[in-house]
Design a protein around this ligand. Sequence first.
Ligand code: PEP
Length: 254
Amino acid sequence: MNRKYRKTVIAGNWKMNKTPTETKAFMTEFKTIMPRGRWCDVALCVPAVCIPAAVRTMRETRIGIGAENCNANASGAYTGEIAANMLLDAGCKYVILGHSERRQYFAETDETVNKKVLKVLAEGLKPIVCVGESLQQKQTNITNEVVCMQTKAALCGVSPAKVTDVVIAYEPIWAIGTGMTATATDANRTIAAIRAAIRELFGDAADQVRILYGGSMNDKNATELMSQPEIDGGLIGGASLVAEKFEKVINYHG
Ligand code: PEP
């Protein structure tokens, strides 16, 4: 299936940036400049305490608000954690899972990511599952093996009916926040390999799974990356923190 049959997704990842007050200011500004067309899905994944302000300000717009993580359990004695149904009730549509920063600093593993994916899907949210290789793995030419293994592990036990709710973000770790991007050709090739791995598990449903590129994507390089047939959108960190820049990424086609 050609990419034109998959709806583009542009998602922002604010990481640990902005207060609720700053969130309200950003969303208020963004609402006035965001593109009016309906041609792509736009998500902003924000710190948990900013979700109410984001949801309130973006009500009646087509921007979906998301979280940056959640716990795999339904409820209980997990001090400091947030369950998927809480995010849903707060108005979220998306949850980023398995970001490399969480894998690096918070002991996230393929197994915990998988449990979270299953829980998030069961609650009716869309997981944005991050996969990506380190610089060392890239230099030893094992990128495809690494990202395909991470993808298959994340999707273990997902039903064929639900797999199309999953969004995968291919994010080379060495490209995140560094100003270095994968070349459009390399990113396209790796995403094609991820899609082939999904096809092994889910057959032709793989053609409907949206796979994004992330890693220093911005208003300058979005058009080239997005012109690739396998790249269905972007997960944007730094460039999603400034309303004008994020709007330009969404408007990548000119
Ligand atoms: C990210 O954090 O997912 C990301 C892609 O960050 P940046 O765009 O800043 O590289």
